[in-house]
Design a protein around this ligand. Structure first.
Ligand SMILES: [Fe+2]
Length: 383
């Protein structure tokens, strides 16, 4: 009987400056013409020109698609795939944050599958090779996570599209690409990655193979995030955060998240909070909620964050201590209090219903019913 799976079949090339090798790598697969997906900032920083030159040295032509948007609209993915076809592109290169990589995975899928991208939220797709990506943020882990979150602008909804067969052939983890992130973005993306590790660790799908990876991700972020926020040019901290976030994406693929991300998705969508900030506000009440079911794991999280335990604590006290340690860590990075986020909740019952029915909530070790969701929301939002 198979109780859990453990999959990672994407080649990762890592190291300072490794993006310079992209031409050699892409040409080794036999490709000649790349759709190049990125946002405008990559052009302004000069990185886009360098990547085009690196590809050009190996005879690979680039067709620019400089149209990345945050919360990528599904219609933009449809346009991108049509644009790739019209221009005869035989591969896709994407450099950017989670939105760029989510767009790229979805555009790559549509190059080999007829129709519009949202159709594939609920139906399978054939293998779609030829994608090469390099993340410029250290948070979402989109380079290894097998979903693409797109916005259905007609219905104002976020739709996760499974992209299991449209994943990158090669991921370039080049820490130098993350140096231009501001301290605030470094903090928000790093806290998102930390939440992926916590929520994968305390999860009905957690396994004895993923658990040590989740622990290590938390340790690496607890150690390196304060350093990278304080000094964006600390390359060792940047490299460790990049590796940790990438492994966090792998956790999402194998064990998903829990109600922490359900709260962040619901509150984030309604009040336009940055995803990593929303995750950081949801985590303390979630740690307390889960402690009765997984006290040893919550204690371990607390210890990673600097809390000490004398062994006599009840599960509830373990939850309190771990939550306090997380809040001290988060606030010490400079995260503003949730009351400054401008969230004015008029109907908490309606929000709670959305949380209860958000798919990740069902993976929480302690069930999340309506009353629990109201309690979690109240504490998350300081109501
Ligand atoms: Fe996340």
């Amino acid at each position: 009987m198979l109780n859990y799976t453990f999959v990672q079949n994407i080649k990762i090339l890592a190291g300072n400056g490794c993006i310079a090798n992209i031409g050699e790598v892409v040409s080794s697969f036999g490709y000649h013409k790349a759709l190049f997906i990125h946002g405008g900032s990559l052009r302004r920083s000069g990185v886009a020109t360098k990547v085009e030159a690196a590809l050009g040295r190996y005879g690979i032509e680039c067709v620019d698609f400089e149209r990345v948007k945050s919360d990528p609209p599904a219609s933009l993915v449809d346009e991108g795939a049509a644009f790739a076809r019209e221009n005869g592109c035989d591969c896709v290169v994407a450099i950017g944050g989670g939105s760029a990589i989510d767009m790229a995975k979805a555009i790559n899928l549509l190059r080999f599958n007829e129709g519009k991208i949202l159709e594939y939220a609920a139906k399978p797709h054939v293998q779609s090779p030829g994608l090469f990506v390099a993340p410029t943020t250290s948070g979402t882990g989109a380079e290894l996570s097998t979903g693409s979150v797109l916005t259905d602008t007609e219905h104002d909804m976020k739709i996760p599209v499974p992209v299991n067969n449209s994943m990158p052939e090669v991921v370039f983890l080049d820490p130098e690409l993350t140096v231009s992130m501001s301290p605030a973005m470094t903090m928000q993306t790093g806290l998102d990655a930390f939440s992926h590790a916590v929520e994968g660790y305390c999860n009905l799908m957690s396994s004895m193979m993923m658990d040590p990876i989740c622990e290590k991700i938390m340790e690496m972020i607890a150690e390196s995030l304060p350093a990278a926020v304080a000094d964006g040019a600390d390359m060792q901290a940047r490299a460790r955060l990049q590796a940790a976030a990438c492994m966090g994406g792998w956790c999402l693929t194998n064990v998903y998240a829990n109600v922490g991300h359900s709260l962040a998705h619901v509150v984030g969508a309604h009040y336009h909070l940055v995803h990593g900030s929303a995750c950081s506000y949801s985590l303390p009440p979630v740690l307390k909620h889960m402690a009765p079911a997984v006290p040893q794991k919550v204690k371990r999280i607390g210890r990673i964050l600097g809390a000490s335990f004398d062994g006599g604590e009840t599960p509830e006290q373990i939850g309190e201590k771990a939550a306090a340690a997380y809040i001290a860590f988060r606030d010490g990075l400079g995260m503003p209090p949730v009351r400054e986020a401008g969230v004015v909740v008029e109907d908490i019952d309606a929000l709670a219903e959305l949380v209860v029915h958000e798919p990740f909530a069902q993976l929480t070790p302690v069930p999340v019913d309506h009353a629990a969701a109201v309690k979690l929301l109240r504490e998350m939002l300081g109501l």
